[in-house]
Design a protein around this ligand. Structure first.
Ligand code: MN
Length: 222
């Protein structure tokens, strides 16, 4: 059987460039998948060649998409309406088809907002200055979760490069990991492989980080 193609969303720059940190591709490849970077295109056609979806990190989701209109514009980080639209459509289509999804950092936020949830617009204490592979805080994992079944850990050390977090979870999603300050760090669907994490496992050299990508590939092979 051919290796499963995993579509990876990317950033869309104003000059027309499509960009993505290569660690996402390396992690998918190391886990046994074929990484495919998705440019802005017809979401349904793009998904038709993918057996899994990775929603990657990036700038902030436009707050209006979760009903926030009164906010400090100076804190809005690299918004892209084009990317918001494309990823929201991809997410809803992929969830509808039961396609396995791993959503990372901005991705967990896109996942939640696309399905009707909200975000906390600006939170303190989650932007580490340590290098990306190094963890800066722990999260507590729900023992009956997909995240636990993948990692075998009730407590994980994670890196942290975000100033926003999941607020109200969308219907059909549940919180499966949180930081000690209460910040939501992982959400999951109620069945299938639908997992969002607020940290960046693609930069972490740990077994628990690799397990997330292997889980995505295994689900995509079914
Ligand atoms: Mn964090």
């Amino acid at each position: 059987m051919p290796k499963p193609v995993i579509g990876i969303t990317a950033g869309f720059a104003e000059n027309g460039d499509v960009y993505l940190r290569r660690q996402y591709c390396a992690a998918i490849e190391a886990a046994g998948g074929v990484p495919l970077i998705l440019p802005p295109s017809a979401a349904a056609d793009a998904l038709s060649v993918c057996r899994g979806l990775l929603l990657s990190g990036g700038g902030d989701v436009r707050p209006e998409l979760y009903g926030l209109h009164d906010y400090d514009r100076t804190l809005l980080f690299e918004p892209s309406d084009e990317r918001d639209r494309f990823e929201s459509e991809l997410t809803r289509l992929a969830v509808g088809r039961g396609l396995p999804i791993l959503a990372i950092c901005r991705g967990i936020q896109v996942l939640n907002v696309a399905l009707g949830g909200s975000l906390r617009y600006d939170i303190p204490g989650h932007r580490q200055t340590l290098p990306r592979p190094e963890p800066s805080h722990t999260v507590t994992v729900e023992p009956d979760s997909l995240l636990f079944s993948l990692t075998g850990c009730e407590r994980l050390w994670v890196n942290s490069f975000h100033h926003q977090a999941v607020g109200r979870t969308a219907e059909g999603l549940r919180v499966t990991a949180a930081a000690d300050d209460g910040t939501i760090e992982a959400i999951e669907g109620l069945n299938g492989f639908l997992l969002g994490v607020q940290w960046h496992p693609e930069h972490m050299p740990t077994e628990a980080a690799r397990a997330l990508f292997r889980g995505l590939i295994s689900a995509a092979e079914l």
